[in-house]
Design a binder for this molecule. Structure first.
Ligand SMILES: Cc1cc2nc3c(=O)[nH]c(=O)nc-3n(C[C@H](O)[C@H](O)[C@H](O)COP(=O)(O)O)c2cc1C
Length: 183
C-alpha cells in the first residue's frame, strides 16, 4: 500500500497566493497530504479563507510559531514547496532570518535534508538587487531546486500589482518528482 506523503506548502505575500486553494487540490490529486503555512502578510491577505483552507487540507493553517510546550500540529514533511516566494522571503530564507514561523520551517528543512523547491515571485527590478542573486545561489547550494527565469517564474515589469503568469504546475511537478525520488 502506498503511504501518503506530506507536503509543506509555504506561501508568502505575492498575488499568486490567491490561487492556493486550487493548488492544494492539484497537490492532493498528485497524492500529497498538504499542510499550508503562510507568512503573516499572506495570512492577512487570505484572512477570509483561512478556515476553508484548513478544512481543505485537514490541518491547521499556520503562520505563527506555537507557544513553548504546545504540541506540533503538523505531521513531519516529506517535501517542502515555497511558492510564491517573495523577494523578502527568499532573502530571509537564504540569510537564515527566522523571525517568521514559515521561514523557520523552511530553514530547518535545509538542515534536515527535506527535499525543497522554491518558486520565487519577484519583479525584474527586485531581481536586479545585488542580494537576490546571492540568495538564490545560497539556496541552490543548500540543495533547494529554485524555479526562476528560464526554469520557472519569469519576472514581470515592476510597478504593477499583476506579477504575470505564475507556473504553479511546474512547481508541483518539481516537488512531486523530488519527493518521489527521496523516500
Ligand atoms: C498588491 C501587491 C503585490 C505584491 N507583489 C509582490 C511580488 O510579486 N513579489 C514580491 O516580492 N513582493 C510583492 N509585494 C510586496 C510583499 O507583499 C511585501 O514585501 C511583504 O512584506 C512580503 O512579506 P512576506 O515575504 O513575509 O510575505 C506585493 C505587495 C502588494 C501590496
Amino acid at each position: 500500500m502506498t503511504q501518503t506523503r506530506t507536503l509543506y506548502l509555504i506561501c508568502s505575500a505575492a498575488p499568486p497566493v490567491f490561487d492556493v486553494a486550487r493548488v492544494i487540490e492539484d497537490a492532493q490529486a498528485r497524492g500529497w497530504d498538504v499542510c499550508l503555512g503562510l507568512t503573516p502578510t499572506a495570512a492577512h491577505w487570505l484572512a477570509g479563507s483561512l478556515d476553508g483552507l484548513a478544512a481543505l487540507t485537514g490541518h491547521p493553517v499556520r503562520w505563527q510559531y506555537k507557544l513553548p510546550g504546545d504540541p506540533d500540529v503538523w505531521p513531519p514533511a516529506d517535501a517542502l514547496l515555497f511558492a510564491p516566494a517573495t523577494f523578502n522571503s527568499v532573502n530571509a530564507w537564504a540569510l537564515g532570518l527566522t523571525d517568521r514561523f514559515v521561514v523557520g520551517v523552511a530553514a530547518e528543512a535545509l538542515g534536515k535534508g527535506t527535499p525543497a523547491v522554491a518558486m520565487p515571485c519577484a519583479n525584474a527590478a527586485l531581481a536586479r538587487h545585488p542580494q537576490f542573486e546571492q540568495s538564490l545561489a545560497t539556496l541552490r547550494t543548500a540543495g533547494v531546486e529554485v524555479l526562476y527565469g528560464d526554469t520557472g517564474y519569469v519576472p514581470g515589469a515592476p510597478g504593477t500589482d499583476d506579477p504575470g503568469p505564475f507556473p504553479w504546475p511546474l512547481a508541483l511537478d518539481a516537488v512531486t518528482t523530488l519527493g518521489i525520488r527521496t523516500p
